[in-house]
Design a protein around this ligand. Structure first.
Ligand code: HEC
Ligand code: HEC
Length: 359
């Protein structure tokens, strides 16, 4: 609602009505991006600060601290394929260092080449989200990492089998002991989750947008600021808001029309409905965070859209019932690219892993 009233205010300020004949529409439409005189910086910055938040230094909480011992162990476990059922799958197989923690596939392949049901998200800034996975299956990154052990990615039959693999690598028990010094028997699936979670909680990627939110108005170019205005006024920020530019609520994918008609998806995923069996959750998914979205194609829960312009147009159409002009699409993408941060150094290089040992 707030975005709508802002839109009408700006339609007066910027008001450029394009004759219907030029754009082939039924009635004159407003192009937000075109000919917009530079908005007063302070007003845009204020609106942006009301809607978004800069990233914290790390994503630790009191319950889930990022002690150096936990982070160092978690980083090793993250890159170690030896814990999977066929010895080929580590977290880093689907969340690759070189691809902003994605695998660039529509859907990932796990152990014994089993296809996973959805597209692999990036892990950057992910621990800030209110839930993990497209449908919100997990409360936090720790629970997600624990359950990955027995999911189709790693393919272990149970936690005991997975932990036997960890214990067989003679270097690990000592590292678990260091990371969880108060525990008598620290090699367990909960601590596997906590150690990997601690590593994930360090994976923040601040961008120029964070500098902007910090008060440095010229950290974004005039074109990026214009894109930010379009993003907010068109209604994208109704769902994609907060510190992650998303990641804080569930929404139906396909508010205005069935999503698969716009994406061309072959299979229809009922989203959260399959978890809750509540009819109101049919086709609802977590609103994903849009930080680094430039780098994380293909898009949507099923990887059905290859490139960002297509994804932005699908969103405007199925979530807002709007057809975007090329200018507005371009403006939004210019803004989205300003959300790209630098991958953390500890993520782009892999650590040396403990030797297998002689057990
Ligand atoms: C075989 C590929 C594969 C492997 C291995 C894998 N992941 Fe993933 N990951 C995925 C896919 C696919 C999703 C999306 C799952 C869904 O929502 O259905 C995902 C989602 C996630 C998410 C949720 C992100 C979000 O935005 O909701 C986190 C966190 C995560 N993975 C961490 C890990 C960790 C940690 C490991 C290792 C313990 C791991 N993954 C191993 C493919 C993989
Ligand atoms: C009503 C809420 C809502 C609105 C409004 C909305 N989105 Fe989304 N957005 C979502 C949801 C939910 C998804 C996840 C859809 C899926 O794949 O299941 C999503 C996914 C995306 C993705 C794909 C991200 C990825 O990692 O695959 C992009 C890009 C995106 N939105 C951009 C936008 C833009 C740009 C706008 C404005 C034109 C917008 N969204 C408006 C809810 C919304």
């Amino acid at each position: 609602m707030r975005a709508m009233s802002r839109m009408s205010r700006h339609s007066v300020l910027w008001g450029v009505l394009v004759p219907a004949t030029l754009i082939g529409g039924e009635r004159p439409q407003l192009t937000l991006a075109a000919n917009a005189p530079q908005e007063k910086d302070s007003e845009l910055l204020k609106d942006a600060r009301d809607t978004f938040e800069p990233l914290p230094k790390d994503m630790a909480t009191r319950e889930f601290p990022v002690s150096p011992e936990r982070v160092s162990l978690g980083r090793k476990l993250f890159f170690d394929p030896r814990i999977s059922v066929d010895g080929t799958v580590s977290c880093s197989r689907c969340h690759l260092s070189a691809l902003y923690a994605t695998d660039a596939l529509p859907k990932s392949h796990g152990a014994r080449d089993k296809m996973l049901p959805r597209n692999a998200n990036t892990l950057f800034n992910t621990a800030l989200q209110f839930k993990q996975h497209w449908r919100g299956d997990f409360e936090n990154v720790e629970a997600q990492a624990k359950h990955a052990l027995t999911g189709p990615g790693f393919g272990n039959p149970d936690f005991a089998a997975a932990m036997a693999r960890v214990n067989a690598i003679t270097g690990y028990p000592e590292l678990f002991k260091k990371a969880f010094p108060d525990e008598a028997d620290p090699v367990n699936a909960d601590n596997w989750g906590k150690a990997i979670g601690a590593f994930e909680r360090t994976l923040v990627t601040p961008s120029r947008f964070d500098e902007y939110l910090g008060g440095k108005a010229d950290a974004l170019t005039p074109a990026e600021r214009n894109g930010l205005r379009v993003f907010m006024d068109i209604g994208c920020a109704n769902c994609h808001s907060g510190v992650g530019i998303g990641g804080s609520k569930f929404r139906k994918f396909g508010v205005k029309e069935d999503y698969w008609k716009a994406t061309g998806s072959k299979e229809i995923d009922k989203g959260r409905f399959d978890l809750t069996k509540d009819a109101a959750d049919t086709y609802t998914f977590k609103v994903p965070g849009l930080r680094n979205v430039e780098m994380t194609a293909p898009y949507f829960h099923d990887g059905s859209v290859d490139a960002l312009p297509g994804a932005v147009r699908v969103m405007a159409r199925v979530q807002l019932g709007k057809t975007l002009s090329d200018e507005d699409t371009g403006a939004i993408i210019t803004f989205l690219k300003s959300l790209t941060g630098k991958p953390p150094a500890d993520f782009i290089t892999a650590p040396v892993l403990p030797p297998a040992g002689f057990k």
